[in-house]
Write a protein that binds this ligand. Structure first.
Ligand SMILES: [Cu+2]
Length: 506
């Protein structure tokens, strides 16, 4: 009886220890590099919402959801996680009600368990005086790294294990020696001998169980490590052919990646299968935003334009068939290249090297190629890491007037690329936020099919349809403190223009 109690405690300990390992083990990246949280702005029916999803450090883990309504008439927000595509994307579990802030009635927060890796979405339902509205925010969920177990916790668990193991041996011995003695009877020498044999056998069994436990632990930990490397940014292997043809091959950091994620099956994301960024390092004086073509075998190629010789960091955005966004990362050492004129949606910027900025409020401005400028309205106070922000840029023409000749660039009012000086962060964001536009299309089409051109219906703007406002905004949160360069790209009168800002984030 006592032995069975010991067993149960031992098993419970193993379960506790296993849970601790799993919880301690994971974290998550995403569409971008080093920028896993999701910032999104969009319409839930009649309500305009800013949604932040702070992804968990572990999968399974808890995501924090923050929703801000721009109007006062939202009474209730419900949130629920679902798969982005396939079975399950149309059959949500019961949603959670987000808690309304007592200080700020337009702000709602909630916590959701994300149970699996991969392309998920959080469906947000808003209810208020104008009725009900709904939107879905794509969330790439994955493990980012493995935490080592804390030394003190490991020591405590080891002590408990040793205590239980030794205890079990003695309990078994005592049971064999004294288990069915009459009251007052002393154990005979033969019973004592039998007890020693039982203790020896128990010791062997206990050591065996501990060994099996360790193997199981090892398998779990290895699986976890594999999933961490699976979701690390895949490698963009680059080579140069025929003088100016850049060839890009994708290779996962885990062998299974290349089996699951096929470049032949990536889906278009705002008009292109791949958005390729070449950024000269370390100064970031050159930035190319190009759109390679896919060849047989899932290889991407780009006929490079004129490129100064130098070392370039390569970031290549693709979205897999399940709507999971990947940024391939690589390097290219390029000679001076003479290539064709830029065409289509391709663009280039060159300018001064990244400068270390001191934090500060107010506005900053960046010159545009036609003599106009972009003015960043930063508001008051320093830029804070891990804080939901709206990056707002006014567009002025060469006379200092609000620009009236703005046009959509690849269907949107603007594109921004945010790169940290140490290259550990790369994010390609839009006025809808840090979500992949292709994933956003899937999230809001019931996950049934890819959306035309990789844009959510209703968000694709035709160039002729309207002249844009002389301002562009991007919801975003910087993932950590440091120096950043922000490339803001807009289109005016048929020309893509890029304004560049350096920012210090605290
Ligand atoms: Cu873009």
């Amino acid at each position: 009886m006592r032995t069975r109690m010991g067993w149960r405690r031992f098993l419970r300990l193993r379960i506790v220890a296993g849970t601790v390992l799993i919880l301690a083990a994971s974290i998550s990246l995403g569409a971008h590099v080093g920028s896993p949280d999701v910032y999104f702005e969009g319409e839930a029916g009649p309500y305009h919402l800013y949604v932040s999803v702070i992804v968990p450090q572990v999968i399974p883990g808890i995501a924090e959801i923050q929703v801000r309504s721009s109007s006062k008439d939202v009474e209730k927000i419900e949130i629920v996680p679902m798969r982005l595509t396939g079975a399950g994307s149309n059959f949500p579990p019961t949603p959670d009600v987000a808690e309304r802030s007592t200080e700020d009635s337009q702000f709602f927060t909630g916590r959701l368990w994300l149970m699996e890796h991969g392309a998920l979405k959080v469906r947000v339902t808003a209810e208020g005086s104008k009725g009900k509205g709904e939107l879905a925010v794509p969330v790439p969920a994955f493990a980012q790294r493995t935490f080592p177990m804390e030394k003190s916790l490991g020591g405590l668990l080891f002590f408990l294990m040793a205590f239980l193991a030794v205890g079990m041996v003695f309990i078994a011995g005592a049971a064999a020696r004294e288990g069915n003695l009459e009251p007052g009877e002393a154990p005979s020498p033969s019973r004592a001998r039998r007890a020693r044999v039982v203790m020896a056998i128990t010791a062997v069994v206990v050591v065996g169980i501990i060994y099996l436990g360790k193997s199981w632990w090892g398998v779990e930990a290895r699986n976890y490590d594999r999933s961490v490397s699976y979701f690390k940014p895949p490698i963009a292997e680059t080579s140069l052919e025929n003088g100016n043809r850049l060839v890009i091959r994708a290779k996962g950091q885990d062998p299974e990646w290349s089996e699951n994620v096929k470049m032949e099956e990536v889906i278009p994301d705002h008009n292109h299968l791949m958005h390729l960024f070449l950024i000269s390092t370390p100064g970031m004086e050159q930035m190319f935003h190009l759109h390679p073509e896919r060849r047989d075998g899932g290889v991407f190629v780009d006929e490079l334009p004129n490129v100064p010789a130098g070392h370039y960091e390569v970031f290549a955005d693709v979205v897999d068939k399940n709507g999971f966004p990947w940024t391939l990362v690589g390097q290219a050492d390029l000679p001076a290249i003479n290539g064709p004129q830029l065409a289509g949606d391709d663009s280039v910027w060159s300018g001064p090297a990244l400068t270390a900025m001191t934090g500060g409020a107010g506005s900053a401005s960046a010159p545009l190629a036609d003599g106009g400028k972009l003015v960043w309205e930063r508001g008051s106070g320093p830029l804070l890491a891990n804080t939901a922000l709206t990056l707002k840029f006014k567009i002025e023409d060469k006379d200092g007037q609000p620009a009236k000749d703005g046009e959509p660039y690849m269907g949107m009012a603007g594109h921004a690329e945010i790169v940290s000086s140490d290259l550990s962060v790369f994010a390609h964001i839009h006025p809808a936020g840090s979500v992949s536009m292709a994933a956003l299309g899937l999230a809001n089409s019931g996950g049934m099919s890819a959306v035309e051109g990789g844009m959510p219906s209703g968000m694709m703007m035709s160039a002729a349809a309207q002249k844009l406002e002389p301002e562009v905004t991007f919801p975003y949160g910087f993932p950590k403190a440091g120096e950043y360069r922000i490339f803001v790209q807009i289109k005016r009168a048929g020309q893509v223009e890029t304004g560049v800002f350096d920012a210090h984030v605290q």
